[in-house]
Ligand binder design. Sequence first.
Ligand SMILES: *[C@@H]1O[C@H](CO)[C@@H](O)[C@H](O)[C@H]1NC(C)=O
Ligand SMILES: *[C@@H]1O[C@H](CO)[C@@H](O)[C@H](O)[C@H]1NC(C)=O
Ligand SMILES: *[C@@H]1O[C@H](CO)[C@@H](O)[C@H](O)[C@H]1NC(C)=O
Ligand SMILES: *[C@@H]1O[C@H](CO)[C@@H](O)[C@H](O)[C@H]1NC(C)=O
Ligand SMILES: *[C@@H]1O[C@H](CO)[C@@H](O)[C@H](O)[C@H]1NC(C)=O
Ligand SMILES: *[C@@H]1O[C@H](CO)[C@@H](O)[C@H](O)[C@H]1NC(C)=O
Length: 256
Amino acid sequence: MRGEFCVGLSSFLSLASLLLLIFVHVGQINTSSVPHGVSLVKINVSQYGEALHVALIDDIDHLYTNNASAPLQAGAGLRQLYEFGLYSHCAYVNSSAGRCTNTSIQQEFRPYEALTSDMRANYTDITNFILSGTTFANSNSLGHSSRAAYWMLLLGTICAAIALFTGVAKYSFTFFISTGFSVLGSVFILIGASIWTTLIKRAETVNSIMIGNASNPVSVGIQVSSGPALFLMWASFASLFVSVVPYMISCCTYRG
Ligand SMILES: *[C@@H]1O[C@H](CO)[C@@H](O)[C@H](O)[C@H]1NC(C)=O
Ligand SMILES: *[C@@H]1O[C@H](CO)[C@@H](O)[C@H](O)[C@H]1NC(C)=O
Ligand SMILES: *[C@@H]1O[C@H](CO)[C@@H](O)[C@H](O)[C@H]1NC(C)=O
Ligand SMILES: *[C@@H]1O[C@H](CO)[C@@H](O)[C@H](O)[C@H]1NC(C)=O
Ligand SMILES: *[C@@H]1O[C@H](CO)[C@@H](O)[C@H](O)[C@H]1NC(C)=O
Ligand SMILES: *[C@@H]1O[C@H](CO)[C@@H](O)[C@H](O)[C@H]1NC(C)=O
């Protein structure tokens, strides 16, 4: 009886972990409501134009576009909100209308390039002048770390799936395999989630950058924040990690 309960509990926990990871994977692959809701990082650039206006004492025309279907990364104009997922990023002109880049497993977290490639060339030049050299603008560093995090999460997802499916067969031997994969998967997800947490902290340094002159500093108007997918990653780690306990108990006590 206790064995059955343990198996059920650990299967439930590894299933929960796998489902949470699947949500993380689908984030921002298109603009429909579930992928739209699940982002790793959100960047609200709605105040950037106003900040440039104050800093440059110049009219800032045609920085943004209101055309939700205008192509991304083609200098067609900045959108209000950018959201990043593991395979692509999307840019929204308001809370619902937007467009995503093509999905790719080569996708890297390069927020500065995503923003500047949407601006017209004259604004890209101004932005480079203001932000080049900052942590936020160091796309190579952020991009390479995000690649590493991606592979960790992919391996974690595979391990969680193996743990779930081997845990269903009721033999001590398969419980042993399940336990092993749960432990391994937890470690991979832990590393992936930690890298993403650090990456977002590094990108958030742009939030406190001030422009303008000494007597009238203004915030640069680019607000980076973490999205729900970061929380899902940590929840998935916790779930898979806790599933190890009943797997171990089943492994040692269950005689199927
Ligand atoms: C972006 O930031 C502005 C100003 O802080 C806020 O009014 C707006 O609602 C934000 N947009 C989104 C989509 O969060
Ligand atoms: C940038 O170019 C656009 C059109 O190409 C123009 O409307 C805008 O005024 C220019 N902005 C600045 C600051 O030069
Ligand atoms: C919006 O962008 C799309 C794609 O570039 C274009 O076909 C369309 O005409 C644009 N709409 C407006 C109102 O400019
Ligand atoms: C968002 O923008 C699209 C296209 O510009 C428009 O059709 C839609 O009504 C807007 N939605 C909201 C909530 O403002
Ligand atoms: C995205 O995919 C479409 C259709 O497959 C293709 O035509 C387009 O060139 C791709 N865009 C980029 C930037 O790769
Ligand atoms: C600082 O900027 C404000 C507003 O843009 C302007 O009115 C003021 O003259 C500037 N001060 C100096 C010392 O440049």
